[in-house]
Write a protein that binds this ligand. Structure first.
Ligand SMILES: *Cc1c(COP(=O)(O)O)cnc(C)c1O
Length: 353
């Protein structure tokens, strides 16, 4: 009886599945293991002064002021979400009517499509080529079809690690009659941004998160930067009190420790480069160039390797055997010991040494 009451476009949706394993080396979700407990003491201390009996600052003014200073923006040009996932939902809720179209590429982050399905919109996924690169001219032709409410660009892309150069994003911005979302979840590992363009292009919104480089995934804090005109619309659909005061305090402290974060990012990038070389030199493994804190690899018997690693206490991401990501695995770059462990197990699996 209940199933019949469910909205039509929700009926075919499945719950977002996340496996939980105890005591594994967690290299499946692009978290920062290097700063696992990095800010805990400082956060714990700050929490002692917190009035948790009161509702949080609904619009996160203190956090927005702090970010605005860092980014040379106005607080009015920022919005905070319970993870950038929540901002993705807000953008879709604000702009997509049932039957409307959004444009993105594939493979990419799944939340754009899921959020769009939820409201009854259609997602067009422009396929990346066999090297997971975007054919810019082909994509521009798609943009020119001019039937899009939102265009989602992930830069660097997840799960491929690939990038879109700034001038190609500008080409898209110059012709798009749509909201253009540039998801910079891995910005700190890449270093290039288009956040400076939000005043020139009022239809641009740049998404960032504290979940990856800042090692704060558990607190769920992300932000969007865009024109005041665009953000005024998002504030209409933002749920009140969407970021807990615990999370606001934790975010403040992480942002105050930007130097520590940057040190950590440097280490992770060096580790990634070493892993890219090591894995790439193994016959039977193809490693894709990455500008983030993970590596996408193609390997025969990917599912077997995934299970082999799990039996030995290491969790990575496996993409199954269908579609363009068939036989692909994504390995988050952890701390040196963790990376050596994965590498050792993979070599063992491949029968090396
Ligand atoms: C991890 C990730 C996010 C989500 O981050 P949260 O702030 O934790 O919701 C958004 N976009 C991409 C591409 C990601 O990989």
């Amino acid at each position: 009886m209940i199933e019949k009451l469910v909205r039509k476009n929700i009926r075919k949706l499945m719950p977002y599945k996340v496996n939980i394993y105890d005591d594994v080396v967690k290299l499946d979700a692009n978290e920062n293991n290097d700063l696992a407990h990095g800010f805990n003491e400082e956060i714990a201390e700050a929490l002692l002064d917190l009035k948790i009996n009161e509702y949080p600052d609904s619009d996160c003014w203190a956090l927005r002021r702090q970010l605005a200073d860092k980014l040379s923006l106005l607080p009015e040009e920022l919005i905070i979400g319970a993870g950038s996932d929540q901002i993705i939902s807000m953008i879709i809720n604000a702009f997509v009517d049932p039957g409307d179209n959004i444009l993105t590429f594939s493979p990419t982050f799944s939340m754009y499509r899921i959020g769009t399905e939820l409201v009854g919109g259609n997602t067009y996924e422009y396929e990346l080529d066999s090297q997971f690169k975007l054919d810019y001219d082909g994509f521009i032709k798609k943009v020119e079809e001019d039937k899009w409410k939102i265009i989602f660009l992930t830069n660097p892309n997840n799960p491929t690690g690939g990038i879109i150069p700034r001038h190609e994003i500008i080409r898209i911005l110059d012709i798009a009659n749509a909201i253009v979302v540039v998801d910079e979840a891995y910005y700190e590992f890449y270093g290039e941004t288009v956040i400076d363009l939000i005043r020139k292009y009022p239809n641009l919104i740049v998404l960032r998160t504290l979940s990856k480089a800042y090692a704060l995934a558990g607190a769920r804090v992300g932000y969007g930067a865009g024109s005041k005109e665009l953000l005024d619309i998002l504030y209409r659909v933002k749920p009140p009190y969407n970021v807990t005061n615990l999370s606001q305090v934790a975010a403040k402290i992480c942002l105050e420790n930007q130097d520590m974060m940057m040190e950590s990012v440097k280490k992770i990038i060096l580790e990634r480069e070493a892993m890219e070389k090591e894995l790439g030199s193994i016959e039977g493994i193809k490693v894709y160039e990455s500008h983030a804190n993970f590596l996408l690899c193609r390997i025969e018997r990917a599912k077997d390797l995934y299970e082999y690693l799990l039996e030995r206490g290491v969790l990575i991401r496996c993409f199954g055997d269908q579609g363009p990501l068939a036989n692909c695995i994504r390995i988050t770059i952890g701390i040196a010991d963790e990376n050596q462990l994965v590498l050792g197990i993979i070599k063992e699996f491949m029968g090396i040494k």
